[in-house]
Design a protein around this ligand. Structure first.
Ligand code: ACM
Length: 535
């Protein structure tokens, strides 16, 4: 006992918490002091990664002229191709640090792990102290479990400023997440400038009031506005790209489109003038199925594609009530003319038109799992939110799927039962423990079907999340646990066992002044029952 205590107390370095946990970590004896002026050498193509690494590692001092001083070396190495573009090897020994990867992504992720060998204050932008950062010697090999490691953010219900998106990209990248899905349009606001249709912003980005509670109905009495210019979105895309985060744009259709119809009433079914919605829920006003409306959205998507280099474009497709199509003579005539059986097939036809347009532009369509109803469009990828059934159906039909079942991934749910910590209104409950126990790969798939599950995503819907600080509190630290679920090898993660690592990890978030919930979730009985069930 005494010996063990002595060893712990006299251990020269406490092993840092690595999160997401790498595939293989071999701690070794000794350390390396990374001095403020240590050189950072990189293969030419890695100059961008090296620039970010220098800042992230706090290497602010002037580099020595000789070039022979010990430091950090980032090396592109095709011999590591078996780890994929995102995999890397990181080695710290007494003579310095070497990160190797077959891809720039892997070099970047190796640097993110290297940062975690530094003390938490390094995450607050503090430069290396005069004596250097004391790094423990270690050999790490790592690669992601899933290719798609996403986070969705609803900027339509509450607009989130550009600076917050840049800050969120930094947080995603440091957790080795690689997709930021921006929900840019909804009933309550249109947030992306479209040059051809200026009223989408001049009308569609403003609402005159905001619902704050649904039982009883309460409203803030305050207007809400906001949009991104195309130049701002290009800036966000470039910033994210440098950090290996793809920004996935979502333009909702045919439901959740009231802001667009308010701006251009000819897109609707009734001819009635509409306002941008002020209350939440599923709204009856959906797009009509006229050829002109399809053309309108093709034109919108052409501008979207010119801004976002993402291979995928998300077209929503969820929660589109069919009442207006059932009542519309024009919609019914179209259905008959096309030989379609019902309104689900009509929505499927709509989505196919858009999917064909995207394919002509070299892009692929993603939609929420409702796009399965009435038949899936060619090459469409399904984002499964109402459970995992949509994803299962998609991969069994030969399509790709991204898992985002709300019960396990929607971070607008309450994290705790503590009213002092929580939003005034919030529907479900999703603890940190439950996220750790989430398994994205559905059981019972063939090896071929397994390959079609690209990965998984969290989502943050912002009906009751009015500003960046509240958003961050909902996101962290649960997003950190989710990053581990999508990056790290599959294994059972019981909250009690993982907790110490998270406690150490959130000191980094605190240094970055990221708002967050406590690490200790107050779990409900039902939560405890479900935790571990899928692990
Ligand atoms: C969704 O949560 N309506 C996709």
């Amino acid at each position: 006992m005494v010996w063990i205590a002595m060893l712990v107390i006299t251990s020269p370095l406490i092993r840092p918490a690595l999160l997401p946990e790498p595939v293989s970590v071999r701690w070794q004896t000794g350390h390396f002091a990374l001095l403020p002026g240590a050189p950072l050498a990189a293969t030419g193509a890695a100059a961008g990664v090296a620039r970010l690494a220098r800042a992230q590692l706090g290497l602010t001092g002037a580099a020595p002229r000789s070039g022979t001083a010990p430091g950090v070396s980032l090396r592109l190495d095709p011999r590591l191709a078996s780890l994929g573009q995102e995999g890397y090897r990181l080695r710290v020994d007494r003579s310095g640090v070497v990160v190797r990867s077959a891809g720039l992504e892997g070099l970047f992720y190796g640097v993110q792990t290297l940062r975690q060998l530094l003390p938490p204050e390094a995450f607050g932008g503090k430069g290396a102290p005069r004596g250097g950062w004391k790094l423990p010697c270690v050999a790490i090999e790592d690669r992601p479990r899933f290719a798609w490691r996403g986070a969705h953010l609803d900027v339509a219900r509450h607009f989130m400023p550009k600076w917050f998106l840049l800050r969120f990209v930094d947080a995603l990248a440091m957790h080795k997440m690689n997709v930021l899905h921006l929900h840019l349009t909804d009933d309550q606001g249109w947030r992306i400038q479209i040059e051809r249709y200026p009223k989408l912003v001049s009308v569609g980005s403003h609402r005159k009031d905001t619902q704050t509670n649904d039982r009883p109905d309460e409203y803030s009495g305050k207007p809400h506005s906001g949009h991104y210019t195309q130049a701002e979105l290009r800036e966000i895309v470039a910033y994210a790209r440098a950090r290996f985060v793809t920004v996935l744009p979502e333009i909702e259709m045919p439901g959740h489109s009231q802001a667009a119809i308010a701006a251009y009433p000819e897109l609707g079914n009734t001819g009635r003038p509409l306002e941008v919605a002020t209350g939440w829920g599923v709204h009856e006003d959906v797009l009509n199925v006229e050829d002109g409306t399809i053309r309108f959205y093709e034109n919108v998507l052409d501008e979207v594609i010119a801004i976002f280099p993402s291979k995928y474009v998300h077209i929503g497709g969820d929660e589109a009530p069919k009442k207006q199509w059932r009542e519309s003579a024009a919609a019914q005539a179209k259905m008959r003319a096309l030989g379609l059986k019902d309104e689900d097939e009509l929505q499927s036809w709509f989505v196919r038109q858009i999917g064909a347009h995207l394919r002509r532009r070299g892009k692929r369509l993603i939609g929420w799992d409702e796009i399965l109803e009435g038949g899936l469009a060619e090459e469409a990828t399904v984002m499964s939110w109402r459970g995992e059934e949509g994803g299962l159906a998609a991969v069994r039909a030969g399509h790709d799927a991204i898992m985002s079942p709300y019960e396990w991934t929607y971070l607008d749910q309450r994290q705790t039962n503590d009213p002092a910590l929580e939003l005034p209104r919030g529907w479900g409950h999703l603890s940190l423990a439950r996220i750790w126990s989430y398994e994205p790969m559905p059981a019972g798939l063939t090896p071929e079907e397994t390959k079609r599950v690209l990965g998984a995503q969290t989502a943050l819907w912002t009906e009751v999340i009015p500003d960046p600080a509240t958003a961050e509190k909902q996101l962290f630290p649960r997003l950190c646990a989710f990053a581990e679920v999508v990056w790290s090898p599959r294994r059972s993660r019981l909250y009690e066992r993982e907790r110490p690592r998270m406690v150490a990890h959130v000191a980094r978030l605190d240094a970055m002044r990221i708002a967050r919930h406590p690490v200790d979730p107050v779990q409900t009985a039902s939560d405890r029952a479900s935790v571990g069930a899928r692990s």
